[in-house]
Write a protein that binds this ligand. Structure first.
Ligand SMILES: Nc1ncnc2c1ncn2[C@@H]1O[C@H](COP(=O)(O)OP(=O)(O)OP(=O)(O)O)[C@@H](O)[C@H]1O
Ligand SMILES: [Mg+2]
Length: 275
């Protein structure tokens, strides 16, 4: 079977440490302890616009904990986070939302027993005042039209926007969650193992959408254990090992074997140690 080409990687990706480069988030020496357990330690990492960053590591390496720190679920116990230059406390998931940080989890991305269109507008519903100050009515038609327009632009086909999300396939749900992030002009979209349970065409769609987000200048963090996906979709890779950042790699300069070596050993490849 042939693998469809993904949209090109963007030219905006700059070398690590490039002066004046645009980052969206800058983590400096970030740590997270749960009682006696150190889940993260000394994480210093830039998350840049226009780039898909692969966040890799063995089970328990700290990937989800890092995502939860960035998305306001957990507070770091040490270190500092800057958002577009300003030291920022991402104190709650709502605060993360306000900063334009959208996290798409495999199962928790949408509300299953609500229609597609309603899912697009959770927390941001379009309403008009039936009795000013007292009764608000949802603008169902407008919300449907808006959701349909976004999905059409992204070439995502959903049979009806009135069906509940639990009637859709995993890939359709994932595509809707990503489309919603695009609709609300996210600055950073975090995809935590988005293709784990999807068919091959659905996986391709999600990879394509991740690249499309990056080409629109969005920062994307992509968590996966699938090395083929890593090679196809990421620009840069950060490998965590037992809560520490083992190494950052440029996808174009590395190989699956080298990445797996870093994930297993927690050490940068020898070519980098020699440099
Ligand atoms: N709420 C918590 N309380 C105590 N320890 C925790 C908590 N959350 C995570 N940990 C610990 O932190 C470490 C990192 O876990 P985390 O879930 O971030 O790993 P992961 O890289 O996402 O792994 P996986 O690939 O299996 O999803 C683990 O040792 C885990 O047991
Ligand atoms: Mg995890």
């Amino acid at each position: 079977m042939t693998t469809p080409a993904l949209p090109p990687r963007t030219a905006s990706v700059q070398p690590a440490g490039f002066p004046g480069e645009e980052y969206f988030l800058r983590l400096s020496d970030v740590g997270k302890r749960f009682g006696g357990v150190t889940a993260l330690e000394g994480i210093t990492l830039d998350i840049r616009r226009g780039e898909v960053l692969g966040l890799l590591g063995d089970n328990g390496a700290g990937k989800t904990t890092l995502v939860k720190v960035i998305s306001g679920v957990h507070q770091p116990t040490s270190g500092e986070i800057r958002c577009t230059g300003e030291v920022t406390r991402i104190s709650t998931p709502d605060r993360a939302h306000d900063l334009g940080i959208e996290t798409v989890f495999q199962d928790l991305a949408l509300v299953p027993n609500l229609p597609v269109a309603d899912n697009f507008f959770i927390g941001r519903e379009m309403t008009w005042n039936l009795v000013p100050g007292f009764i608000k009515v949802l603008k169902k038609r407008e919300m449907e039209r808006d959701a349909a327009e976004t999905l059409k632009q992204l070439d995502i086909h959903i049979p009806s926007l009135r069906v509940n999300v639990d009637m859709l396939s995993g890939g359709q749900r994932q595509a809707i969650a990503i489309a919603r992030a695009i609709r609300w002009k996210a600055n950073l979209v975090i995809l935590d193992e988005p293709t784990a349970a999807l068919s091959v065409p659905e996986q391709n769609k999600v990879l394509e959408l991740a690249r499309r987000l990056a080409s629109q200048g969005v920062a994307v963090i992509y968590i996966t254990h699938n090395m083929d996906d890593v090679m196809r979709v990421t620009d840069r890779i950060a490998v965590l090992y037992r809560g520490r950042l083992a190494c950052e790699l440029r996808t174009a300069e590395t190989s699956q074997d080298e990445i797996v070596g870093v994930i297993m050993s927690g050490k940068p490849p020898r070519r980098m140690a020699d440099a």
